[in-house]
Design a protein around this ligand. Structure first.
Ligand code: UDP
Length: 331
């Protein structure tokens, strides 16, 4: 297949590009390099089936040309990371809503197939033991910036679903739960690269809130495997799937685990949310996926456990400390 990956030089996009090339596909990456990095895809450049176009998903002319020449589109270009959304809400919203609209318009125009990446943020403050795809969304006020991300992704999902329902455009939606692994940076607030970097530098580990909030972390290559199998499967069309890991851990436990694995002298400090993000910030206290649906359809099952993921991330930071750092976007 000829595959277009929007946002393909980002953390997840670069792993997806690698996976698709390994399976023999021809891959074109479209990325404006705002959060994506050329280092993520440098090792793919010598592959004759790999192409990179530096450009914006909001450039309608460019997206038109690229979609016309492709079979499948994986749409990943988005403003991601809670810290980025809070600091740069307008641009994130534009990219997420208008960007998806442009991609879908062109997929429709040229009769192509698209996978839209959505997020577990969709569920908002729903703390159920196992969030199912058709569960309710519980959101705070739209004036709290955090919820704008959830809402923008919900608009993307609705658009994709309606294009399928009304126009029979083959769309597949995946909701990625916290996805982690090598190449993820701490620049946009993601917790694992931040804690690992802090631990390796002997700095305080900044746990936000009480640290009793929990998350489940999925290895990026497990996510890529699930996305690819769902894209291939005709029965996935018109449907939405959670992709995540069911192993739950609190941020306090995560910080301790990282201190142990790095043998660091760092101490854990708790920082109030208001200080870490913005006044009135609301966090999700818990976010655990039900992954039965993707499991039944394509055999999706996370294979990498958290300790092994952390060991990989730690050894990557030890090898290339300079390319990850925590940036000016930080509090
Ligand atoms: N977090 C933290 N310290 C940090 C960065 C994040 O305690 O330096 C917390 C954050 O408040 C959230 C969890 O870690 O409760 C996961 O954050 P991340 O941004 O990785 O993903 P989210 O689940 O919020 O999208």
């Amino acid at each position: 297949m000829k595959v277009l990956i929007t946002g393909g030089s980002g953390f997840i996009g670069s792993h997806l590009a690698e996976g698709l090339l390994e399976e023999g596909h021809e891959v074109t990456v479209l990325d404006n390099l705002s959060t994506g990095r050329l280092e993520n895809i440098r090792h793919l450049e010598s592959n004759p089936k790999f192409h990179i176009v530096v450009g914006d998903v909001l450039n309608e002319f460019l997206v038109d040309k690229l979609v016309e020449r492709t079979d499948w589109v994986f749409h990943l270009a988005a403003g991601v990371g809670v810290q980025l959304i809070v600091k740069d809400p307008l641009r994130s919203l534009m990219t997420n809503i208008r960007g998806s609209e442009i991609v879908l318009e062109n997929v429709y125009r040229y009769h192509k197939k698209v996978l839209i990446t959505s997020t577990s943020e969709i569920y908002g403050k729903n703390t159920s033991d196992a969030l199912k795809e058709d569960d309710d969304r519980i959101l705070g006020s739209p004036l709290k910036t955090r919820w704008s991300y959830s809402t923008s992704k919900a608009v993307d999902e609705i658009l994709a679903f309606v294009y399928w329902k009304e126009k029979k455009v083959p769309t597949v939606i995946v909701r990625l739960f916290n996805t982690v692994g090598p190449r993820q940076t701490g620049h946009y607030g993601m917790v694992i690269p931040r804690f690992v970097e802090q631990a390796l530098k002997g700095q305080d580990i900044t746990v936000y809130g009480t640290g009793e909030q929990s998350r489940c972390f999925l290895y990026v290559k497990d996510a890529v495997w699930g996305m690819t199998r769902l894209m291939e499967n005709p029965e996935a069309v018109g449907n939405v799937f959670n992709l995540g890991n069911r192993h739950e851990i609190t941020m306090n436990q995560l910080a301790e685990k990282i201190i142990n694995l790095t043998e660091s002298s760092s101490k854990i400090v708790h920082i109030p949310y208001d200080q870490a993000y913005e006044e009135g910030f609301e966090d999700m206290q818990r976010r655990v996926p039900d992954i039965t649906k993707a499991g039944k359809l394509v055999g999706f099952k996370p294979r990498m456990d958290l300790d092994d993921i952390l060991r990989m991330v730690i050894s990557e930071f030890r090898r290339q400390p300079a390319s990850h750092g925590i940036s000016a976007i930080d509090c």
